[in-house]
Design a protein around this ligand. Sequence first.
Ligand SMILES: C[S@@+](CC[C@H](N)C(=O)[O-])C[C@H]1O[C@@H](n2cnc3c(N)ncnc32)[C@H](O)[C@@H]1O
Length: 236
Amino acid sequence: MSKFKEIANTKNHDEYKNNQDIFSHTADESSSQNMVDSYLVLLYKIIGFNLASNNKCIDVGCGAGYIAGAFNRVKINMDALEYSDDAIKILKENNSSLNIIQGDMLKFKEDNKYDLIFSREVYLITRVNSFTEQYQVISNMIDSLKPGGVFMLVGSDISFPHCMDYNLMINIYRKDDRLCLVSEKYYEVIFNKLHKYIFNKLSYKVLKLIFFPLIWYKKKYKKWASQYIIVFKKKK
Ligand SMILES: C[S@@+](CC[C@H](N)C(=O)[O-])C[C@H]1O[C@@H](n2cnc3c(N)ncnc32)[C@H](O)[C@@H]1O
């Protein structure tokens, strides 16, 4: 069985069984609020995304649900989709007020339904290099967007070449007729730490130039994962 299928068929999220360690696998409350503030800078100031007040959005593979909750606090109507029973238990304990959907990201396809689909660090996408299946998952996300909708993917590269080849994915999706924009790989850490100083694409690039030596150093000598944000925008 391929690594992708092995992970995809795992019904449990074993890390969640050890309660002490859950927040190394899913974002906690305080970091989630900061993350969402930073994602909004990317969405509104760099991508120029507009979101109607009656929007419909979903966090796919939402973990403990704090990120979805933080989106809801800024009037983004984010449902929370999770797969494993262990994670659903954690999600209900921590964020029971969310609209929780138990479902499998691999089967997720709801045509033209969502303004914003968000997915962060679901290891099927981020940690297994299995192009065909990953391509299909992203393709289903694009089909599930309303015209003008956005899919925001956050993934990391700690064990490349075993992780998704993000550059390959970007190049292929830039030729996809359904899309009007596939962004570059934005460094999540720059948004998380410096979002108050990012005003537009150019100021992000300046901050990236300043920050890059540190990213390079940590990656090379401390085996640090770079977490990227990639935005896919569907044509109107
Ligand atoms: C590393 S956690 C990240 C959680 C959250 N997105 C965050 O960034 O805090 C990955 C989550 O994806 C969920 N997951 C894994 N495979 C999935 C699938 N096929 N469908 C939906 N969720 C899945 C796991 O149960 C886990 O909660």
